[in-house]
Write a protein that binds this ligand. Structure first.
Ligand SMILES: O=C(O)C(=O)C[C@]1(C(=O)O)C=C[C@@H](O)C=C1
Length: 288
């Protein structure tokens, strides 16, 4: 059976690279093949799997330089039943592409807001007075510059071959170890040996201890949190949702007990799943 795998398109995005890496891993470890399905936005990628149009979806969750991908967290909160099957951590390299012959002639740079933010110091140093224009993805930025020699696009070096646009500067990300976590989401995860659990919750009242009590559930049981993040509930100013990553797996009685205790100190709680993490190197990506 071929597994349909949604991701942020068009071809050449970092999300497509993550989807290809997952497809490659599935082929190698389980002899399963995937059909990649590009979507116009991260929200539509998640909706496609939630509606059953695709079997799985790969979405960015957190970048080492810029932090959480807000659209992914906000959409996951709204969608019920989606579970994390697997996490992939990918090195993210950005390059400046242009049809113009040198960076001196560039007046505009297009890219996904995350990519522009991950290269902000480089842009400030090399192209301080230009206009930065956000696009839906890094690959969409490459489409935009095809007829504009004074425009540049920031995208992954892998896209150079796909779009046949020259690279003017490579490795322009501000931090060399720039990497992004991606989640593979599905409605029916297959059980796996897992090392991390992710969840989100709201609290019923904005009173002293309303965050401390849920966190104490974990510290009292010696369970380590690897991330805590807040996002506005969007109901009113000052009300937040909390996103947690926990080290451990859902079959551990200590974790089962903690998750049960957590329900007593939260309003709404969503457990996104217990999953393994796959780390990829630059050389793995070059082979895709
Ligand atoms: O535009 C792309 O290439 C994407 O895959 C999106 C995205 C993101 O939203 O974080 C993915 C990874 C990088 O951190 C930069 C951009």
């Amino acid at each position: 059976m071929v597994i349909s795998l949604a991701h942020l398109g068009p071809v050449g995005t970092n999300a497509e690279t993550a989807a290809l890496a997952y497809a490659h891993w599935l082929e190698k470890t389980q002899a399963k093949s995937c059909l990649l399905c590009p979507c116009p936005s991260i929200a539509q990628t998640l909706h496609s799997v939630a509606q059953g149009d695709t079997k799985k979806a790969v979405v960015p969750v957190e970048n080492s330089t810029e932090g959480s991908v807000a659209c992914t967290l906000d959409t996951l909160w709204k969608l019920d039943h989606l579970k994390i099957q697997q996490e992939l951590v990918l090195p993210i390299i950005h390059a400046l592409f242009s049809r113009g012959s040198s960076i001196n002639g560039i007046k505009t740079v297009y890219s996904h807001p995350q990519a522009l933010a991950q290269c902000q110091r480089w842009l400030q140093e090399h192209l301080p007075d230009i206009a930065l224009i956000p696009t839906n993805s890094t690959a969409e930025a490459l489409d935009k510059i095809s007829l504009e020699p004074t425009a540049g696009a920031i995208a992954a070096p892998r896209a150079a071959k796909l779009y046949n646009v020259p690279i003017l500067a490579n490795h322009i990300n501000d931090y060399p170890d720039n990497c992004t976590r991606f989640w593979v989401m599905t409605l029916d995860p297959t059980p796996t040996v897992s090392s991390r659990i992710s969840l989100a919750f709201s609290v019923s009242e904005n009173v002293p201890g309303s965050l401390m009590k849920p966190l104490q559930v974990f510290s009292e049981r010696n369970i380590n949190l690897s991330r805590i993040e807040s996002r506005p509930t969007k109901r009113s100013l000052g009300e937040y949702l909390f996103y947690l990553d926990i080290e451990g797996n859902h079959e551990d009685p200590n974790i089962i007990n903690a998750l049960d205790a957590l329900t007593h100190h939260t309003e709404i709680i969503k457990i996104y799943g217990s999953y393994p993490v796959l780390f990829l190197e630059e050389t793995d990506i070059e082979q895709l």
